[in-house]
Write a protein that binds this ligand. Structure first.
Ligand code: AMP
Length: 171
């Protein structure tokens, strides 16, 4: 795990003063590290029946499709407001550095489907929580949340209380 941590670039004061940004592009360009994180996520969920991997724009999209393929699940994008072309539902969220609205297509999840929510990093848990609310509104069941990086000091998993939260690297 320390080897993976060494691959993540820590950028101070991005995108705002006071934020330490965990830049995963330096991990992604290293082929063995990229494979390792996808393999770790696949191993964690391979014996669970996951119907849909729901990933959060934009960095969740890097990991979601590869994981969905390995788990023989579908892939569903959750996007920022105004970007999905068909009928949507929305949920608002607070970010470590801002506020926003997320959307999902109304036909993206069927009632009773088991969903794995994926993003690159959990900070306050606001985006993951908003995504979970939309999945439930559509009748889906959140089986688990998965992240590459967890910023434990921001206590995001407390916002997802009652759900399984898995992260590969903790800070
Ligand atoms: P949150 O909703 O507070 O858990 O924020 C998580 C989302 O914001 C993820 O999509 C991350 O990509 C992004 N994010 C928040 N804080 C950071 C950070 N310090 N470094 C990198 N990405 C971050």
């Amino acid at each position: 795990m320390e080897q993976l941590k060494e691959k993540i670039r820590e950028v101070p004061d991005f995108p705002k003063p006071g934020i330490l940004f965990y830049d995963l592009t330096t991990l992604l360009k290293d082929s063995s590290s990229l494979r390792r994180v996808i393999d770790l996520l696949t191993q964690k969920y391979s014996d669970q029946k996951i119907d849909q991997v729901v990933a959060i724009e934009s960095r969740g999209f890097i990991f979601g499709p590869a994981l969905a393929c390995n788990l023989q699940a579908g892939f569903v994008p959750v996007r920022k407001e105004g970007r999905l072309p068909s009928d949507t539902i929305s949920a608002s969220y607070d970010l470590e550095y801002g506020q926003g609205v997320l959307e999902i297509h109304t036909d993206a999840i069927q009632k009773g489907e088991r969903v794995l929510v994926v993003d690159d990093l959990i900070a306050t848990g606001g985006t993951a929580d908003a995504t979970s609310r939309m999945v439930h509104q559509l009748g889906g069941e959140v089986a688990s949340f998965a992240f590459i990086v967890e910023l434990e000091f921001l206590k995001g998993r407390e916002k997802l209380d009652g759900f399984e939260v898995f992260s590969i690297l903790q800070y």
